[in-house]
Write a protein that binds this ligand. Structure first.
Ligand code: FES
Ligand SMILES: [Fe+2]
Length: 376
């Protein structure tokens, strides 16, 4: 898992001005809340005073108050009040917690968990269809007892559909397509395949419906960054499913997936329940496989598995992971787990680039031997 990417924190509706929301991401505790203007904020959950969990406290106007001794922190992470020192006190410079850039999009709250300045940040995926009248969205949030890379790789894998999702009539590749490396296109921060599929079996199954327009029969998947996955199933020019998975590693063996599933057909209310049921069945089929993979974490070398042409997209994804390793963005999970318990640790926020004197130590990263070049 990596720092310096956008991670989904919660559904927008879960982050309120009434009660803070505690969220574990990248093995570490965070808190989300809204200020009196409705703006969402994400902070490290650990109070700079003596380690109280801010998320157990109260929201007071634009600040969150620690439940232990009432220190208040604004959305920018700076302490705004220490009750025991009185209202006229000069507050210590170290009285601050990490505060992360936030975007509210697609019905979700995202936080940038890293310290890069805005111009250098890998982007949050741009879902153009979201909110347009032609497309209807369904949201699904589910926890997977697996490492997030295994989940993303599952989404990039076109061969598994035929075996895992047989009952749903998911599009599958022709025998010819399965034996040749997938045509992969490199995109900024990721890799993509989009191809006409050979063996669609959707006629008599849950995906069947009224077809309009010329049959297209194309599908593909791609990733942007380590944790954003897109799947297009374009049955015809006008009948499509476009699914966007935003995934946050809770820790090294648990993942929270936020799926924004869009379709531009069967968008009337009466289809909603059936579409939800089909999607939930597909999710359940994937979970049974992904939660039982061995080893839990993606192997650090492809020689630990036997890859074939159908795994081309997975190999490309792993190549990208190595690029982010080389930037020094990969969290050193083993060292982190050794230190947790003895130290309060957090992800460095962009504010650390412009000020020092921070109380919490930052997450250990695996050292890279290469330069700090931007791979996009
Ligand atoms: S630990 Fe938060 S105010 Fe004391
Ligand atoms: Fe699947």
């Amino acid at each position: 898992m990596y720092i310096n990417f956008w991670y989904p924190v919660a559904l927008a509706s879960e982050v309120t001005a009434e009660k803070p929301l505690r969220v574990k991401m990248l093995c570490l505790p965070f808190v989300a809340f809204r200020d009196s203007n409705g703006q969402a904020h994400v902070l490290s959950d650990t109070c700079a005073h003596r380690g109280g969990a801010l998320g157990l406290g109260k929201i007071k106007g634009n600040s969150i108050a620690c439940p232990y001794h009432g220190w208040e922190f604004g959305g920018d992470g700076r302490c705004t009040r220490i009750p025991s020192l009185g209202d006229d006190a000069k507050l210590p410079a170290r009285a601050k917690v990490d505060a992360y850039p936030v975007q509210e999009k697609y019905g979700l709250i995202f936080a940038f968990l890293g310290d890069l300045p805005a111009a250098e940040r890998p982007p949050l995926y741009d879902v153009e269809e979201y909110g347009t009248p032609q497309w209807r969205a369904q949201h699904f949030v589910f926890d997977v007892k697996a490492y997030y890379e295994r989940s993303i790789e599952n989404g990039l894998d076109p061969i598994h559909n035929e075996f895992v999702h047989q009952a749903q009539g998911q599009p599958s590749l022709s025998p010819e397509q399965q034996r040749t490396p997938l045509p992969i296109e490199q995109i900024p921060w990721g890799s993509k395949h989009y191809i006409k599929f050979g063996g669609a079996k959707s006629e008599d199954t849950a995906l069947s419906g009224v077809r309009q327009g010329p049959r297209l029969g194309a599908a593909g998947s791609w990733h942007q960054g380590p944790n954003q996955l897109v799947t297009y199933i374009d049955l015809t020019a006008t009948n499509s499913f476009h699914q966007y998975m935003f995934e946050t590693p809770i820790d090294e063996s648990n993942t929270r997936v936020f799926l924004v599933s869009l379709r531009n057909w069967l968008i009337e209310d009466q289809h909603e329940k059936r579409m939800e049921e089909v999607t939930r069945r597909v999710i359940a089929e994937d979970l049974l496989i992904v939660e039982n993979l061995n080893p839990v974490r993606t192997p650090d070398s492809n020689t630990k598995e036997v890859l074939v042409p159908g795994d081309t997209a997975i190999a490309h994804y792993r190549d990208w992971l190595r690029k982010w390793d080389a930037l020094g963005w990969r969290i050193d999970i083993k060292t982190l787990n050794e230190r947790l318990g003895d130290y309060a640790i957090t992800i460095p926020c962009p504010g650390r680039r412009t000020s020092d004197n921070w109380v919490q130590e930052t997450v250990p990263l695996l050292q890279s031997s290469t330069s700090n070049r931007n791979p996009a």
